[in-house]
Write a protein that binds this ligand. Structure first.
Ligand SMILES: *Cc1c(COP(=O)(O)O)cnc(C)c1O
Length: 386
């Protein structure tokens, strides 16, 4: 397989991990061909996680924006977001490889919870690395992970946030690669991770395409998804990317403003650079140091992005734009009131983008990927908006 998307992607890792990546790639090829593995994945998606998730025509919201807006309800998936598709898939893949132990890193804690959940279900030892600062900010998710049986390791080095947690997880993987699978939580990291994560998240796009054909009789005009690392977006886009008439829009966190350090709009404001083993757009300061990022939604707070998105930006197939904190907060309240659906602040960026650009969506059929539910965000919204 080709490890690159155009010039992006690749495997920028220590030599000791090259073998592990090759082993992972080989296993992934076998896993995809293996009927029993596929059957198991389908089984857990349906009976444990609650797939297929509905595609819901949000009538009140549609009337408000003057378009026909369908919501792909990943918020209804077990644990409240799309992340479980990937963690279930990768833990089944790890078992298929004979691994006994799962490690992951988490910033906001959402990926850690999804990993601990699937590890509990499938009886895997689970270690989650988390920066000390993040552990303080996201205490309820730490409690959840512990309840689910995960060992949460507090990282007190460096920035004490996601960046240092990733470094510690990589160090663990180098040391324990024989027994351990490193479960990456978004469509990022060295090849083949972006491909693996897309494969497990592509169920969103497959379902959405089938559902829109049943409900609307034809493909949508546009598909909109928020982009952090890019896994929910690449998952839903994968169902539509070959239909050139379907417009694909990825929405990044514009944060407070597009000044350096105040947003996490990687594709909009970054330039190519290497982080976490891959070449992709990256937010950097004038010296090439990874920039600080900010977003009201912790799940979008990531300075890089999956390499395939960089490719899709350069070749123009996907349009990337931003939604600012304020617009996302407005959308959070609007959808809650109008539809009785509290969207995750991450997903609120996709909703907010449609609201802000309602003129260009007039009379069009739009699918928005509602990547998660927003109950987890009530505290932060209250803190900002009162
Ligand atoms: C983690 C998260 C995201 C961002 O991750 P992607 O890999 O870009 O999908 C978006 N929405 C929700 C609800 C999340 O939990």
């Amino acid at each position: 397989m080709n490890a690159y998307y155009g010039i992006y992607g690749g495997q920028f890792v220590p030599e000791t991990l090259m073998r592990a990546l090759r082993e992972l790639e080989d296993a992934f090829v076998q896993f995809k061909k293996n009927k029993e593995s596929k059957r198991k994945f389908q089984y857990y998606l349906k009976n444990y996680a609650g797939r297929p998730t509905p595609l819901y025509l949000a009538e009140n919201f549609s009337n408000y924006v003057g378009a026909q807006v369908y919501l792909k309800r990943e918020d209804l998936l077990h644990t409240g977001a799309h992340k479980l598709n990937n963690t279930l898939g990768q833990i089944l893949l790890a078992k298929f490889m004979g691994k006994k132990r799962i490690i992951a890193e988490t910033g906001a804690g959402q990926h850690g919870v999804a990993t601990a959940t699937a590890a509990a279900l499938l009886n895997m030892e689970c270690v989650v690395y988390m920066g000390k600062k993040d552990m303080e900010r996201q205490a309820p998710n730490v409690d959840r992970m512990k309840l689910l049986g995960a060992n949460v390791v507090c990282v007190e080095k460096g920035s004490m946030t996601l960046k240092s947690a990733i470094n510690e997880a990589l160090r663990d993987w180098v040391k324990n690669v024989q027994t351990t699978h490193y479960l990456i939580g978004s469509a990022v990291g060295p090849y083949p991770f972006p491909e693996i994560v897309k494969y497990f998240q592509s169920v969103i796009g497959k379902e959405a395409k089938k559902q829109i054909m049943e409900q609307n009789g034809k493909l949508p005009d546009s598909v909109v998804a928020c982009v952090g690392g890019g896994s929910n977006a690449i998952g839903i886009f994968s169902g539509f990317v070959k239909y050139k008439d379907v417009e694909l829009i990825g929405v990044e966190a514009g944060g407070e403003s597009l000044e350096l350090g105040k947003h996490s709009a990687t594709l909009t404001m970054g330039r190519p650079g290497i982080l976490h083993g891959a070449l992709s757009y990256l937010l950097q300061d004038e010296y090439g140091q990874v920039a600080n990022v900010h977003s009201v939604s912790a799940g979008l707070d990531y300075p890089s992005v999956g390499p395939e998105h960089s490719y899709l930006k350069d070749n123009g197939r996907v349009k990337y734009d931003v939604c600012f904190d304020n617009e996302a907060l407005d959308a959070f309240k609007l959808l809650s009131k109008m539809e009785g659906i509290i969207p995750a602040l991450e997903s609120s960026h996709a909703i907010g983008y449609v609201v802000e650009h309602k003129d260009r969506f007039k009379n069009r059929v739009v699918i928005v990927n509602l990547s998660g539910r927003g109950d987890k965000d009530l505290g932060i919204v209250k803190q900002i908006r009162g």
